[in-house]
Design a protein around this ligand. Structure first.
Ligand SMILES: O=C[C@H](O)[C@H](O)COP(=O)(O)O
Ligand SMILES: C=C(OP(=O)(O)O)C(=O)O
Ligand SMILES: [Mn+2]
Length: 450
């Protein structure tokens, strides 16, 4: 660890070190870890304060119902898949979903990847046993490797540096694609893939045609569409590994505030949101827009205490609650939280993660989710906010731009046998490209009704 400056000490950036931090790897060599974090502490930031402040403003708008957040990407990004074509497929998928949502609901969409840093995973168990052999659990590429050997599973701090470098490379693709004309709405057709026999693709094609017509009409009227050349896209990940997040935190000389420059938006997971824990303490001290996952056991008092700790000034857009209740629970578990937050009065942006409360094991043994359950949780989320008079501000999903078979159902009706065809995720099942589009069409309809 490098010595904190006086400003860093005054901001309490290292206070978390005295608190319990769950879900941290057991690094075998503390000195090696210290050398790595010192290198990261001297490395250039991946994102800058002005971008994060811009995102806070966007999320505030989503909290008021003037925009909608679309946040998506892998459960666990991997170093091996940080390839230009894979990254572009993911960006295109998000852009297509955003087009569908914007077109269907006439609402600006804030686009955010679970990308360029989503390399660390909390796990339900510390170890994994196969055929009588027990090894440390896989905790994401930034900690250890997935292959089931002792050597691969030992946490290696050099992976933190690799994660930083691969995040930088991923971000470069995101920035080039979204600023260099790749995301220009006039190319809306080019992002479609696959056979238009598929209902989701056919429907997308119709949307793209309507957008084309509207653009041609407006262009004929003299509108200037050069502003469409670049699209704003943000990156986010779970702030799990505090050694990494702390090392990338910089004090902004202009505002005197600390920003975690590892990603624009950071969230605290369901397993690490303890009020007296290290994650809450650390994220309370950085100025990024942040999120907290809230599972079905969250009490109204937990939610209120998190608001007071993480957003004492009540800044709009600073705090997002990402609820992940499960389709069966959302309609009973969410209303008391919404009511308590409403009575408290400070702004919160409400987002639904319909993935993590709906995980099941298929008969053939795959960790999967039913597309219908996922959709039902989103529906429940809209229903509850409608009934409570609050704002459903966004959607958080695990997805990929590739044609994997990890989630059951959807218009291609992936069944238990179908999962085996292309099940590639290392942790949680992701919507594939086509299921992602289908989800966007459904959510656009819910937004329209809102
Ligand atoms: O992505 C979320 C969690 O890291 C994941 O669901 C944990 O999975 P596990 O229960 O297999 O450890
Ligand atoms: C770990 C995750 O979720 P949660 O904290 O909600 O379980 C995740 O988003 O991958
Ligand atoms: Mn996950």
């Amino acid at each position: 660890m490098t010595m904190p400056t006086d400003t860093e000490a005054a901001l309490g950036l290292d206070d978390y070190r005295a608190l319990a931090a769950r879900q941290q790897p057991t690094w075998p060599d503390a000195e090696a870890l210290g050398r790595v974090t010192a290198r990261l502490a001297a490395a250039p930031p991946l994102v800058v304060p002005s971008e994060m402040d811009q995102l806070t403003a966007r999320l505030a708008a989503a909290g008021r119902g003037e925009a909608f957040l679309l946040q998506g990407g892998d459960c666990a990004e991997t170093f091996a898949e940080a390839q230009a074509d894979r990254i572009r497929n993911k960006i295109r998928t998000l852009l297509q979903m955003a087009v569908v949502l914007t077109h269907g609901a006439s609402m600006p969409v804030v686009k955010m990847g679970r990308m360029a840093g989503q390399y660390a995973k909390p796990r339900s168990t510390d170890t994994e046993t196969r055929d009588g052999v027990t090894l440390p659990a896989y905790r994401g590429d930034m900690v250890n490797a997935h292959a089931f050997t002792r050597e691969d599973r030992v946490p290696d701090p050099e992976r933190l540096v690799a994660g930083y470098e691969i995040s930088a490379a991923t971000l470069a693709v995101v920035r080039a694609f979204t600023a260099g004309g790749g995301a220009d709405l006039r190319r809306v057709h080019e992002w479609n893939r696959g056979f238009t026999r598929n209902p989701a693709y056919a429907r997308y094609e119709r949307t793209a045609r309507e957008i084309d017509r509207a653009i041609r009409f407006m262009a004929a009227c003299g509108a200037d569409f050069d502003a469409l050349q670049s699209v704003e896209m943000f990156v986010s990940h779970e702030a799990l590994l505090l050694d990494y997040e702390r090392a990338l935190t910089r004090v902004d000389t202009r505002s005197g505030r600390a920003y975690d420059t590892s990603g624009h938006f950071l969230w605290i997971g369901e397993r690490t949101r303890q009020l007296d824990g290290a994650h809450v303490d650390f994220l309370a001290r950085v100025a990024n827009p942040i999120g907290v996952k809230l599972g079905p056991t969250t009490s109204p008092d937990d939610a209120l205490a998190l608001m007071d700790r993480l957003n004492p000034a009540g800044t709009p857009g600073r705090l997002t609650f990402i609820t992940r209740m499960g389709a069966a629970q959302i309609r009973t578990a969410l209303p008391p939280l919404v009511a308590a937050v409403h009575a408290h009065g400070a702004p919160v942006t409400w987002v639904t993660d319909p993935m993590h409360g709906n995980t099941i094991t298929s008969a053939s043994g795959y960790k999967t989710r039913r597309f219908d359950d996922v959709l039902d949780e989103v529906r429940g989320f809209f229903e509850v906010h409608h009934a409570e008079g609050s704002v459903p501000g966004g959607l958080h999903v695990e997805l990929t731009g590739d044609d994997v078979t990890e989630v059951l159902g959807g218009s291609e009706e992936i069944d238990d046998d179908g999962l085996a065809l292309r099940y590639e995720t290392l942790v949680d099942p992701r919507l594939n490209h086509q299921q992602s589009l289908e989800m966007a069409f459904q959510v656009a309809e819910m937004l329209q009704r809102r």
